[in-house]
Design a protein. Structure first.
Length: 118
């Protein structure tokens, strides 16, 4: 969906598919890890994994970011994927290149894709 093809076809489960946007690809359970990793350096690990879909909780009807849940779920995801990062509150700018790649892959994997393009 992010790159418009100029030839060829893409097939998933034997069926030709095409996407007009990244949202279309995501709806078809296709995710991509971009070369530039598309991470926010000044945001922590958990914030990058949940960017744009942060869990919220309501207090007196007012939605607030559920930071505890976000960090707990991030730790579970990292452990499940075998990604070693000491603290989910570390800013991405302080991670090694390999750790940054792991975060980008983890974010894509969190959407439970049937196809992951890297």
């Amino acid at each position: 969906g992010a790159v418009i093809p100029d030839s060829g076809t893409i097939e998933i489960d034997g069926k030709a598919v095409s996407f007009s946007s990244p949202a279309d690809a995501r709806a078809a359970r296709v995710e991509m890890v971009y070369y530039d990793l598309s991470l926010c350096d000044t945001v922590d690990v958990a914030g990058n994994l949940f960017l744009g879909r942060e869990p919220r909780r309501r207090v007196l009807g007012i939605p607030f970011l559920d930071g505890r849940r976000m960090h707990d779920e991030t730790r579970q995801m990292l452990d499940r994927l075998g990604i070693v990062i000491a603290d989910t509150r570390l800013k991405v700018e302080n991670l090694s290149g390999g750790q940054r790649q792991s975060i980008a892959i983890g974010r894509a994997a969190s959407f439970d894709p049937s196809v992951l393009i890297m």
